[in-house]
Structure formats: C-alpha cells, structure tokens
Design a protein around this ligand. Structure first.
Ligand SMILES: NC(=O)c1ccc[n+]([C@@H]2O[C@H](COP(=O)([O-])OP(=O)(O)OC[C@H]3O[C@@H](n4cnc5c(N)ncnc54)[C@H](OP(=O)(O)O)[C@@H]3O)[C@@H](O)[C@H]2O)c1
Length: 802
C-alpha cells in the first residue's frame, strides 16, 4: 500500500526476475488474508508445487502496520510474524537451496532500536530479525537478511530506500542484520562493559510480580532477591500445586517412585504419556518445595496458578494488589525443533508465552505506578540458533518491546537480560538441550555467577539490554563480537603482532614465537624440540591475508601450500617469524602468503637471504560456500585392547599431546582408508592466559586431520610421515569447539619419499566442512621394531588384505 512492494517488484523485473505478490487485496497474484493463519497454511501447502521456480521470499507486509501507525495486536502478529513462519516452513524445499533469499525490510527497530535517541520502534520487525538469524543458520545455503532504515519522512524516499535495500541484498556481505541512516551503513556489535554502580532499582520490601518464578533460574534469583531485599513476590505459573497427588507429596517420592506408581495406574497409556505425567508431577513437587523454601526465608509470597496467556486472569491478579513496584517476566517455554519439523502449535506455545505474556502484563499494569519492568531473554536472540525460530523471534521482539516502553516512559527502569545457558538450574540443564548447546560452542554460566550477575545489574539503570555471554564466537555469524576496541578484536589474529609493512595490497607482520607465550608448542614437540605446526602456519598466513581481505568475506580455500623448511624452536629459544600476504593477480580476494625468517647476527644485522618456511595461496570470498553432503562409508571397525588414543599418541609414534590429542577414536580402518572421530575439547591454554583463541581456521582440528595420515602409516607401514604439501584445501563451514566431527582419510598414492592422501572433515550428518585434496606427507623415519603396533591391532579388512 505504501509503494515498497511495487518498487521492489520493478527492480526484480528489471533484472529479468519474476515476482509473485501475495496479499489480501487486488492486484496481489496470490490473494490471502495473512492474519488468517489457516488460509495462509492452505495456500502455502500448494504454492511450492505450483511454483517450483520460487527462489526467494521478501516479506514486506509489516510495513503496512508500521505506516498505518497502528499498535501491535494479535492480528498483526499473525499477519507479520506467524504467517512468515508458515511461508518459510512450507516453501522450505524451495528456499533451502543455493542462491536463494529470505528477507524483510524494517524501520527504526532492528539496528536503530539501540540508537541514542531511537525513533518509532516497531517490535514486530525485531521478531523477524530474530527469526531470520535462526533461518540463516538452519538454511545454510540461503541468504537471510533484514535491512533496517532510519530516515525522516520515509514515504517520500521509497525509491531511494528500495535502491539501497536491493543493493544490500545483492552485495557479497552476509550479515543478517544491517541498517542504513544518512547513507551510512550500520551493524550491531557487543560492547564489553562493567556495570554502573548506581542505586539499586529494587528496594527493600518491594512487591514484584514474577512470571515463571516458582522454578528454574528465576526461582534461584528470587531467593537472592528475598535474602537481600526481602521482596514480596507474587508468582504466576501454570502449575496447579493442589493437583499434586497426596502420594507424591511424600518426601521420598522421587522420579523412580512416581514413574512406577504412574505406570501401574496408567495401564494402556503410551510410554511418552507416562513420561509426561512423571515430568508434570516432578515439576509440581519442585514448585511446592521451592515455594516452601521461599516462605521459610520469612517473606510474604503469593502463588497464583495462572497462565500468563490468560489476559483476564492476569488483569484480575494485578487489580487485586494495591501496589506493584516492579515486574519480572521470566516465563518461558523451550521446544527446539527445526523449521521444517515445527508445528504452528509449538511455535505458538513458545512465542506467545513471551509475547502475549508481556502484552498481558503491560496491559494489566497500564496506568499503574510500577517503577521497573525486567524480562529474561536469551543470547540466542542475538545470534540465532538452530531449532529456535520461535524462541529467537519472540525474545528479540521482547527486547524491542521494552526498548520501546523505555522511549514512552523514560522515568521507569526497563531491563532485558539476555542470558547464555545456565548450569545447575533451568531449561538448559535438560540433558538433550545441554548437549546440543555445548556442541554448538555455547559457554554455560554457573548458577551462582548468574545470580550474582543479576544482582549486580540491579545497580545499573543506564542500559536497557544486557547480554551475558561467553566469548561464543562460533555462534556469531554476524560478528557481534568484532566491534572495534573489543578485546575479541585484538585476539582475532593471535599470530599477528607487529606490522613490518602494510599497504592496501601487501603486508608483512613479525611475530616472536616464545614458549612462555606460545604454550601450544609444548604439546607439539618431537624429541623435545617444539615444532611450529602445519596447521598453525596455515592459520598465521590466513590471519595476515585477512587483514587485506574485503570486509565481510571469509576464507574459502587455500592452494599450493607447502612447507619448504619446518620451524623448530631449538633449545626452546624464542624465534622471530615474518608473515607476509600480498594480493595476487589483481584479485581483491586472492593472496599469496608466506612465512619466513631472517637469520640475524649478535648485533641484530640480517645475514644472508630470508629462509622461506611456509607458503600458499589463500582465497577469501563474500559468498556462502556451497553445501556438500558426503556419503560416510560403512565402518570397518578396528580391534585393539585398551585405549586407542594411548596406543597412537606415544612419543615415538605421534608426538602430539594435550591440546592436540584431538583424534578421539578410530571408527573404521582399512589399509587405504581411515575414518576417525575428532573433537577439539581441550580446556588447556593455547597461548598463555588464553584457552580459546579466536582463530580463522580451527587449528586443533586441522592438525587432527593431518595427524590421521600419520596414524594410517603407524597402523600399516611403520613409517613416520610429516605434512609437506597440499594442492587444495577448501573450507565449507565454521567449526565449533567440543563438537564431534568425522575425518575420512584416504591414501591415494604410496611413493618412494612421500604419500598422498585425500581428506574430508564432515559433521555427523555428512555435511562437508573441510576438504583437503592431494595432501602430501613426506617419509622422515621408520618406527623402531619395539614401537610398532601392527601386531596389537586387527581389522577384518587387514585380514582380507593379507
Ligand atoms: N535457563 C537458561 O539457561 C536460560 C537461558 C536464556 C534465557 N532463559 C530465559 O529465562 C527464563 C526462565 O528460564 P528457566 O530456565 O528458568 O525456565 P524453566 O525452568 O523451564 O521454567 C520456566 C518457568 O516459566 C513458567 N511458565 C511457562 N509458561 C508459562 C505460562 N504460560 N504462564 C505462566 N508461567 C509459565 C513455568 O511455570 P509453569 O510450568 O508452572 O507454568 C516455569 O516456572 C525463560 O524466559 C527463558 O527463556 C533461560
């Protein structure tokens, strides 16, 4: 209605593209009322089949409500948010392909909600941002983008806004959330900040309305609030404690007891129903025990068995109390499932608990004189998270609802706590959830620290949103950690120190390798001599190249890599290396890199020519690499007595230790093919004081891949081989700490002096992450007879071969 769809259509058609428009009025090609979710679902179920050519979805409907100046209501949430989910879910087979796009256009609400003087924040846009960040992760081949504009009189500038929007969609940059104001481009970044030490927002004896306070992390926080401020909580939760069976109130009624008893009572029920009933009773027990514990602290508490989605019930409770000093909306539901598998019902449960919940609370409190309003959100709302399209959408919207409230009521304190996963209590401690989050690289927050962070934050009324996170860069494709001045930025290139020379196309850095700082070298020593790794050489050169690479690009491949001379720290003495990168063939993404050293006399004078140790061609690109699924071969297990790691990681065989004990198991072994399980899970310091450096490549895993060639030889030919050359190494995706990967190592040539291998690193689903083609390892030694292990291992394939 405001010309945006028309302008976008014209641009797409001018590139010979085709456009199908969808809306409730003529001249939309597909006529549907987006707020009527049943109709949307019906239309979408057939749309993909009728239009298999669809390669993108641009969602502009929310602009209508924004420019109508209407407030957000259920109608808009259905039309703007839930219909968007349904569209993506039903078009998933078409949208989850290379060269596809999902996008939305926003105003003042995604990036600019954080501006010093924000404009008209429309939280629905942020819901789309939160969802798109998850879509970006789940649909690995698809470009997901929301572009936020901040401009006076936007309706007078529709054409120029759409020009900028289309340019952003077609640029190589992959950030999901970007913004434009005064022709300048903006992105979000996290700023590390200590809490302000002001007066606490919470005062002694305050009455606080708390949703979700009877369990989980909120209960832990309530205990601290009760102890420090003697607050009077009014807790809302769905659990009906009166419904707890008398038999299960007994002290010794544990999970096993309840299970046995319910199993006997629920004859004919499915196991999952019994399990659900057990969980429900356990939750009721927990609520009862928690309420008793709070009462024992001598404070006044009220518990109301109320669903925060029930507008009238919330209103009744609020109206029944003379004063409410503040609110903590912490009710939340976690039901992680990928978009393709998620039902609208599940989406509603997760989304509405947060959003209908906060709207009901704000509605009930309208005109009342409360002083503060807190809410709990999650770091995943900032980064996106597979399986949580509803949760990230809701949480990001929740934050913008409070940021908007702050603009309307500057005298009140609003605060959004974006928590990382807590250890010891709450929804992230469910075994399945915990495992997945850890594998994705999320750092857990110990319970006591979380509570302390909350309490400390109370004295900081200056900021409305606070993110409590580890340095979880693996979760952060939008580079929120890369703000200038953030410590993360300094750490991002840990092999780069002093600039020797630098211009736009060429650079050289100097780095002193020193055992006091470079602790990793101690875990990579052969015959007591620390050796710089092939993998650290690749990382160091990639870091140098990255300082010249275009913004927003990432390392996609390395070619013609070789190690003319290894780098050893003889007698443990510090040693200077020079890391160079230079643009190649005028290509802004291609760099010839090397590591060299220069012998210097006692006076520091350079003597002779520099010695070249490592070299390679590094390619950076703004395009998402193509996703490739590799078939994981059938395993031919290896038989051995004892721990295979102890067998292989032996000073005479593979000299890596500690940080580099990364090959956890041999899954399959044949004379020419080794399949191993690798994982970077060491908590040891890589550099002094830094256990999790921010690398471009995952050094420990790349080294693990290299090790597998050595292992194959130790297990078959008794030869000791070292990395020498790589024709091509391609990087398809980001690796994560603590995550299991599978390395498939194939030996394709057995030469006089060297062997050749092909390696694929894949995730357990077979998605390719790193491919190494023609990896040459030179033979440097043979195992002494007493160190050979071929007699200790056996495999059906070996028997067949012999
Ligand atoms: N735990 C974490 O690591 C973590 C991390 C990031 C963010 N968060 C956020 O922190 C909050 C608390 O998380 P938690 O881990 O403590 O969760 P939890 O242990 O699963 O507890 C959730 C609480 O919310 C209540 N609740 C859910 N739906 C409700 C509804 N419709 N009406 C009223 N109450 C409702 C539940 O009570 P009933 O079942 O009795 O209704 C329960 O007390 C959530 O908003 C979550 O998103 C938690």
């Amino acid at each position: 209605r405001f010309g945006f769809a028309d302008a976008v259509s014209r641009r797409i058609k001018s590139f010979s593209g085709h456009v199908l428009t969808m809306g409730s009025e003529a001249p939309a090609d597909i006529r549907v009322d987006l707020s009527d979710l049943k109709s949307v679902e019906k239309k979408m179920q057939v749309l993909g089949g009728r239009h298999p050519e669809i390669r993108g979805l641009i969602h502009l409907y929310p602009l209508n409500v924004y420019f109508d100046g209407a407030v957000t209501d259920t109608h808009e949430i259905n039309a703007s948010v839930k219909s968007f989910f349904l569209m993506v879910r039903h078009l998933l087979p078409l949208l989850d392909r290379p060269d596809t796009l999902i996008s939305a256009l926003a105003f003042e609400s995604v990036v600019f909600a954080y501006a010093n003087s924000p404009g008209n924040i429309h939280p629905v846009f942020a819901a789309l941002g939160g969802m798109l960040k998850t879509m970006n992760k789940e649909l690995k081949n698809t470009r997901a983008k929301i572009v936020d504009f901040s401009i006076a009189d936007p309706l007078k500038h529709v054409e120029s806004i759409v020009d900028q929007y289309m340019a952003e969609l077609m640029a190589s940059d992959l950030h999901v959330e970007t913004g434009y104001r005064d022709d300048k481009r903006y992105r979000l970044s996290l700023v590390e900040q200590a809490v302000e030490q002001g007066r606490s927002t919470v005062k002694k004896g305050d009455t606080i309305l708390v949703t979700g306070g009877a369990r989980g992390i909120t209960f832990e926080i309530l205990k601290a609030l009760a102890a420090e401020y003697q607050v009077r909580p009014i807790i809302l939760g769905r659990s009906d404690i009166n419904a707890l069976d008398a038999e299960f109130r007994k002290k010794d009624a544990d999970e096993q007891y309840i299970f046995k008893s319910l199993k006997a009572r629920m004859k004919g029920s499915r196991p999952v129903e019994i399990k659900r009933a057990v969980q429900k009773n356990l939750a009721l027990r927990e609520v009862m025990a928690n309420l008793a514990e709070l009462s024992a602290q001598g404070i006044d508490i009220q518990y109301h068995c109320i669903d925060v989605l029930d507008t009238e019930a919330v209103l009744r409770v609020v109206d029944s109390v003379s004063t409410i000093d503040g609110v903590l909306h912490a009710a939340g539901v976690e039901e992680s499932r990928f978009i393709g598998k998620k039902s609208l019902d599940s989406f509603n449960r997760v989304f509405d608990t947060k959003i209908t919940g906060v709207r009901n609370l704000l509605h009930a409190l309208d005109g009342k004189s409360y002083r503060f309003f807190f809410t709990f959100s999650s770091v995943t709302a900032k980064f996106g998270n597979e399986g949580q399209v509803d949760y990230t959408g809701a949480n990001d919207m929740l934050a913008k609802i409070l940021l908007r409230e702050k603009t309307l009521h500057p005298e009140k304190t609003y605060k959004v706590f974006d928590w990382t996963a807590w250890d010891g209590a709450g929804m992230a401690t469910k075994e399945t959830v915990k495992k997945v989050l850890q594998q994705r690289g999320l750092e857990f927050l110990p319970l006591a620290r979380g509570v302390r962070f909350f309490m400390d934050e109370l004295s900081d009324s200056g900021s409305t949103e606070a993110v409590f996170t580890g340095r979880d860069t693996a979760l952060d494709p939008d580079g929120l950690f890369q703000a200038p001045g953030l410590p993360a930025d300094e750490h991002r290139r840990p092999f780069i120190d002093r600039v020797v020379e630098k211009n736009e196309i060429q650079t050289q850095y100097s780095r002193i390798l020193d055992l006091k700082r470079d602790l990793f070298l101690l875990d990579h020593s052969r015959l007591d001599v620390p050796i710089f790794l092939g993998a650290t050489g690749i990382e160091a050169m990639a870091e140098a190249a990255s300082t010249l690479a275009p913004e927003g690009s990432r390392l996609v491949s390395m070619r013609e890599f070789s190690i003319p001379y290894g780098i050893k720290l003889l007698k443990g003495r510090p040693r200077e290396i020079l890391i160079s990168a230079g643009q190649q063939d005028g290509d802004p993404g291609l760099f010839a890199c090397s590591i060299s050293s220069q012998f210097k006399n006692r006076e520091g004078m350079a003597m002779g020519d520099p010695k070249r140790h490592y070299q390679g061609l590094f390619e950076f690109s703004g395009q998402k690499p193509e996703q490739i699924r590799v078939r994981i071969p059938e395993f031919t297990p290896v038989q051995y007595n004892g721990n295979i790691q102890d067998l292989l990681y032996h000073p005479a065989r593979l000299f890596m230790d500690g940080l580099f004990r990364t090959v956890e198991d041999i899954l399959s072994f044949e004379p020419q093919v080794l399949i191993s399980r690798v994982r970077n899970s060491s908590e040891k310091q890589f550099f002094a004081g830094d256990a999790a450096p921010d690398f471009i490549t995952d050094v420990a895993i790349v080294d693990a891949m290299f090790q597998t060639g050595g292992m194959l030889e130790v297990m078959t030919t008794h030869e000791i081989v070292l990395p020498a050359r790589i024709r091509q190494m391609s990087f398809y995706g980001q690796l994560q700490k603590n995550r299991e990967y599978i390395c498939i190592t194939r030996k394709t040539d057995n030469g006089q002096k060297a062997n050749i291998y092909q390696l694929d690193l894949v995730d357990p689903d077979g998605m390719l992450l790193i491919r190494i083609e023609d990896f040459e390892m030179v033979k440097v030694d043979r195992l002494a007879p007493e160190n050979r292990i071929t007699g200790k291992i056996s495999s059906p394939a070996l028997k067949k071969a012999s």
